[in-house]
Ligand binder design. Structure first.
Ligand code: FES
Ligand code: FE2
Length: 384
């Protein structure tokens, strides 16, 4: 499914770093606010059904208005806090199950309080339920999560919010498929697991991919990009069957480019002649002890073959299941708050991730431009 981020490595032991912040049971959960996160699959939001989700420990109720617009409200009535998801939705407004207050679904604005008499002076329209910007892309409902208490009321800040992320695609006809998997871990552990090259030969052993015996020296170039880093475009490892096959199909070299971008996104692009494969994995914090990988892949390679999607899905599922099992085992160990290490060079991407995160938070605090943890292009060496 991927190349070097899940392939091999060894290198000189250098700086080791503690990542205790990822296991803080109270206090700051270490989330990155003011970003888009996928809350649910678009296909889950049907008719007038209300669906619950959680992002960054914020409970959400999602739905779709009769004219097709997805919305995300805080799943809590501003009157007495009962989840709005217990209420009723008429295609426009959500009515709370407790005292029947009604809220316009997209703006959160209160439009009716049934207990008021004609004598009452309360300005109903000044009351808002919590609500978040919501957009659909690539089959996901994305929600722009702002830190509770800093939520902009109304839509005055809508223009300053970037568009939700879209998976890059390179031709009209293609196949697309989605997979997800929950990990019982802090998002930081999920992310560094995603960019870790050294676990591949141990966790993802299989005859069609690679075995422990295929471990060899790797050299990969990385470069800084805005809010992230890129494994520069290169020809992937020759010992993986899928790449050999692709090469045989086009007779042209195979190239791959892998980006990591804050807050949580790994993008991979594989090209060979006219054929392309594009994938995105996001690791989304649900709670501080739970995250979810959402994986979407699109390709035009043999898009005419009927079995391509199920075959790809079964391989990808197996990969995700192997990672999930490892993270479940790791979570068992992390319960007892052990000291952890990040070593060079195999864990350098993980160090960059923590550096990017710290740089972003610092820049938001000071208003100064973000300091990137990489001064320029870097070549890393490991065995995998
Ligand atoms: S708690 Fe929702 S209307 Fe009272
Ligand atoms: Fe993996």
């Amino acid at each position: 499914m991927n190349d070097s981020f899940s392939s091999v490595a060894v290198s000189s032991v250098a700086a080791a770093r503690d990542v205790d912040s990822s296991r803080n049971p109270v206090g700051d959960p270490g989330f990155l606010w003011d970003f888009w996160y996928p809350a649910a699959r678009s296909s889950q939001i049907r008719g007038r059904k209300l669906v619950t989700a959680m992002l960054l420990e914020v409970p959400l109720v999602l739905g779709r208005t009769d004219d097709g617009k997805a919305f995300a409200m805080r799943d809590s009535c501003p009157h007495r806090g009962i989840p709005l998801s217990y209420g009723r939705f008429d295609g426009q407004a959500v009515e709370c199950a407790y005292h029947g207050w009604k809220f316009e679904a997209c703006s959160g604005q209160c439009i009716e309080i049934p207990s008021l008499t004609s004598q009452d002076k309360l300005k109903v329209e000044r009351i808002f339920a919590g609500h978040f910007p919501c957009q659909e892309r690539d089959g996901y409902v994305w929600v722009y999560i702002t830190q509770p208490g800093t939520l902009p009321r109304g839509s005055q800040r809508a223009e300053t919010i970037p568009a939700a992320p879209a998976l890059p695609v390179f031709s009209k006809g293609y196949k697309i498929t989605h997979l997800d998997c929950e990990l019982p871990s802090h998002v930081d552990q999920g992310i560094i697991g995603l960019m870790d090259p050294a676990h591949g030969p141990f966790v993802h052993q299989s005859w069609y991919w690679r075995s422990r015996r295929s471990i060899h020296d790797k050299e990969k170039k990385f470069e800084p990009i805005a809010n992230g880093f890129r494994m520069s475009t290169h020809t992937p490892s020759a010992n993986s069957a899928p790449y050999k096959l692709l090469r045989r199909m086009t007779g042209e070299p195979v190239t791959t480019t892998i980006d990591f971008v804050l807050p949580n996104m790994r993008l991979e692009e594989i090209r060979s002649g006219k054929l392309w494969f594009s994938s995105r994995a996001t690791v989304t914090p649900v709670r501080r002890d739970l995250c979810r990988i959402d994986f979407v892949a699109a390709w035009n390679v043999a898009a005419w073959l009927p079995l391509v999607v199920p075959v790809f899905r079964s391989f990808a599922k197996r990969f995700l299941r192997q990672d999930q099992l490892t993270m479940i085992q790791q979570a068992e160990g992390l319960k007892y708050n052990p000291k952890l290490m990040l070593i060079d060079d195999a864990d350098r991407p993980a160090k960059w991730y923590f550096g990017l995160k710290a740089g972003l938070l610092e820049s938001r605090r000071t208003g100064e431009p973000m300091v990137h943890p990489m001064a320029g292009p870097v070549t890393l060496h490991w065995r995998s």
